[in-house]
Design a binder for this molecule. Structure first.
Ligand code: SLL
Length: 213
């Protein structure tokens, strides 16, 4: 019989992703509404893992311009679809099953409706193309109780279910992989180098201007 005793030294992580997708309502707009987009905010397990064996409910806190801004989702999929006109920060509070003895976890997500960038081929973002902003993360359960460890074991969740090494071919599946993470790091590195080069060049121009005076 498993108990509420915590297992010293054990740490278990479960991968998730959260965020939103959004599509413009162009042409489908109703005349009495100023809503411009339909969006879905979601919390999912990686590789289609159904999270409901350890998550009891997810509460999404919307902007106060929405009626009943606290929306509780008590069944998977843990997601919520709405329409609206503006971006704002959504609070996502995750409640675990009582049997896990884990405290709720709160995440924040900036609802993104607009692309702000060209598409991956450098072309302007097509007007009707959905936008998505999804973030990979992991819950880390430090010193879980024996009871929670048993729940995880029963659901084959003691092994890390990590992102694939390579991106999947399905264009609609969220793309998290070690390879993409590496590419992102390289982009950040290149951006940092560019900023450093610009700082040096501006300093040189300032020094040149100073010596002219
Ligand atoms: C902004 N600070 O000004 C943000 C607030 C709020 C968006 C965005 C409400 C929809 C409804 C809605 O879209 N709120 O009226 O039901 O951009």
């Amino acid at each position: 019989m498993s108990s509420n005793k915590r297992i010293k030294g054990l740490s278990i992580s479960r991968p998730i992703y959260y965020g939103n997708t959004a599509t413009p309502l162009t042409g489908k707009k109703t005349s009495d509404s100023d809503h411009t987009h339909k969006w879905t905010v979601l919390l999912r397990g990686l590789n289609n893992e159904d999270l409901s064996y350890y998550i009891r409910k997810v509460v999404f806190k919307l902007h106060e311009t929405y009626p009943n801004p606290l929306r509780s989702v008590e069944q998977p999929p843990f997601e919520l679809t709405e329409t609206g006109w503006g971006e704002f920060e959504i609070m996502i509070k995750i409640h675990f099953h009582v049997a896990t003895s884990e405290k709720p976890v709160t995440l924040y997500h900036h609802l993104r409706l607009h692309p702000y960038e060209d598409d991956i081929n450098g072309q302007p973002w097509p007007k009707d193309k959905p936008v998505s902003s999804l973030i990979y993360d992991e819950f880390v359960f430090n010193e879980p109780t024996e009871q929670f460890r048993d729940i995880l074991a029963k659901n084959n969740a003691l092994q890390p279910n990590l992102p694939a090494k390579k991106a999947t071919k399905d264009p609609l599946a969220p793309q998290f992989s070690v390879q993409l993470e590496q590419e992102e790091l390289e982009r950040l590195d290149a951006a940092q180098r560019e900023v450093n080069a610009q700082i040096i060049s501006l300093k040189q121009r300032m020094a040149a201007l100073d010596s002219d005076n």
